[in-house]
Structure formats: C-alpha cells, structure tokens
Ligand binder design. Structure first.
Ligand code: RIB
Length: 320
C-alpha cells in the first residue's frame, strides 16, 4: 500500500523508546450480573484491586507487549495503592523515575464488569490531577522516539508533553476519556487514537449528530485537524486513516471475551512501541490489534497485558 512510516526521529533504535505521560489508578473492580441503573443497588461478586489507569496501562503495554524501553511520567500518592502500581510498572520493566509522589490519594477507578466483559468506570483522579511536566520530566520526554498521552491528566500537561518532544518525534494522543480539546492540543497531535464514540464526540457537530456515521467518515472529519487517525473498533479491529492515503482496515482477531478493561490501552501502548521501532502506522495497528485482543481474554487492565512473544506468535498467524 506504499505507506511511509509516521516520521520517527532520525536514528530511532530497533527497540525504540516510548515516553508515556498520564494517569495511574488503583482499579477497584466488581463483577456484576448487569450494570446498575441510576438509583439502583445490585449485588456483585468479590472485590478485586488491581493496577490500572490509562497512562500506566499504556506504559505497561508498551514495555511488556511492545518490547519498548518505556518511561512513565505521572504521579502517585503516599498510600498502598501506589505500591500496587509501582510493583506492576517495575515488574513490566517500565522506568518510574518520572513518577512523582505527591500529597494526594493515588487515583482510583471504580469499575463494574458485566458477564459479556463490558465495563463501566468512574475515576477519582486524586494524584493524577497533580501530574506536571517539570524539567526532569521534560528530559525524559525529550529522550523518547514516541510520546504517548491520554486525557486523564490536566490538558496543560498533555500540551507540555507534546512540546517537550524532540523535533520529528511523533506525539500520539489517545483522546480518552472523551472531552473537548482546545486548539493547542489539536496542533501538536501527529496520531489521534479514538474509539467510535470518542471519534463522534471529537468530530464536532457533524459527527455528534450522526453517531451511526461510518468510522471512515468520522476519520475523514478528524483528518481536517490531525494528520493521522486510528479508530479502534473493539472486536472488529481498527481503521487507519492518513491524509493523502487510502484508509487501511485492520481486521479484528476472534477471541473469547472475559474483560475489556484496558484493552484500548494495550492497543495504544503497543501502537506506540511499534512506531518507536520504525513500523508504519498500519503495521503498528495490526500488531496493536492482536495485543488488544489477547488482553480481553483475561481479567484486569495491566494484569491482562500479554507478553511480547505471545503477541508476535499470534500476529504471525493473522494475514495482512
Ligand atoms: O482504560 C481502562 C482504565 O480506565 C482503567 O484501568 C481505569 O483505571 C481507567 O483509567
């Protein structure tokens, strides 16, 4: 298809460096027969506590499933939730020298998971609201071959992360959870990763009034603002759209779904890792789709991230 790699910094190593700037949460999870309606109480299963947060999940995915040299810029509190997260991050090989300890509770996510694996999540940001891109963090970001951020930290942090990267280094934004983006955020994005709902939200009135619009139409609307868009489609794979190129449809990988929590994060972390080693965006999305599919076959967010060997073995069996 003649696609060129998303521009990576000259001399990007075979196993590239990824800087993730974002949130870390302790996930407090209950399996439920169905998600409760407003005002309703339902009984669920046993409580599980596990490492999560979109930033930390993506960092673990970039390191473990993507094989990248990965650093997280984030913030944790003085509590035992922070210890759960640090164990998970270091266990996956993520460098935590960019993680500040602050006087606020570690971010916490309250999650219910229904029998079909779908989740509903409420996040109490806590320490994530105190993430900063200070001078030491800027140096970590400036050393990366790809910079990846999400929207569970303040928007000025997202802008500062993008601006701390070296010239030519791609800034990948996973616009989750969905929120309105001011112009300075749009300006710096090289690759926007969104699911269909986020794509419709961000595509503005044209997208929002027609949420049933095809992903390729939503992507075209978003390409007016950013040079490349990846729309994740759950079990149906992903769509890669770039200005001046035909869209590439990445097929889904059939698996038994146990828990979808963090699958999108696994996708984003692996996408960034693949870009950091110089893959083109379509191939990066193919590997990321495989990794995201493997992640939904297990419980949890970081706990469900597959190893690199498993991802590559499964990728080799997927055509394209
Ligand atoms: O994307 C999944 C993540 O969203 C969970 O781990 C939870 O912490 C929230 O940030």
């Amino acid at each position: 298809m003649g696609e060129q790699p998303v521009s990576t910094a000259a001399g990007a190593p075979a196993s590239g460096r990824v800087a993730v700037v974002g949130s870390a949460n302790l996930d407090v999870v209950v399996d439920v027969p169905r998600h409760p309606r407003g005002g309703e109480t339902i009984l669920g299963g046993d409580l599980r506590r596990s490492p999560g947060g979109k930033g930390a999940n993506q960092a673990v995915a970039a390191a473990r499933a993507g094989g990248a040299d990965t650093v997280l810029v984030g913030a944790l509190g003085p509590d035992d939730g922070a210890e759960v997260l640090l164990r998970s991050l270091t266990g996956a090989g993520v460098r935590t020298d960019g993680v500040r300890r602050v006087a606020a509770a570690t971010g916490t996510a309250l999650i219910t998971v229904s029998p079909d694996g779908e989740n509903a999540i409420v996040v109490a940001p806590g320490a994530n609201a105190r993430v900063v891109v200070d001078e030491p963090a800027r140096e970590l970001v400036a050393a990366a071959d790809v910079v990846l951020a999400q929207l569970e930290v303040p928007l000025d942090v997202v802008v500062a992360a993008a601006r701390a990267r070296r010239p030519g280094v791609p800034f990948v934004l996973n616009a989750a959870p969905s929120r309105e983006l001011p112009a300075p955020v749009w300006q710096d994005v090289d690759v926007l990763v969104v699911n269909e709902h986020e794509a419709a939200d961000l595509a503005g009135p044209d997208g929002a009034t027609q949420p049933e619009r095809a992903p390729s139409e939503l992507a075209r609307l978003l390409l007016a603002r950013v040079p490349a868009v990846v729309v994740t489609l759950g079990g149906d794979g992903a769509l890669v759209a770039r200005r001046g190129h035909d869209d590439v449809r990445v097929p889904g990988v059939r698996v038994d779904v146990v828990d979808t929590t963090g699958a999108g994060d696994t996708f984003c972390g692996v996408l960034a890792a693949e870009l950091a080693r110089g893959a083109d965006l379509a191939e990066a999305a193919r590997v990321a789709t495989v990794a995201g599919a493997l992640a939904v076959t297990r419980h949890g967010a970081q706990d469900a991230v597959p190893g690199r060997a498993e991802v590559l073995t499964r990728r080799s069996r997927v055509p394209g």
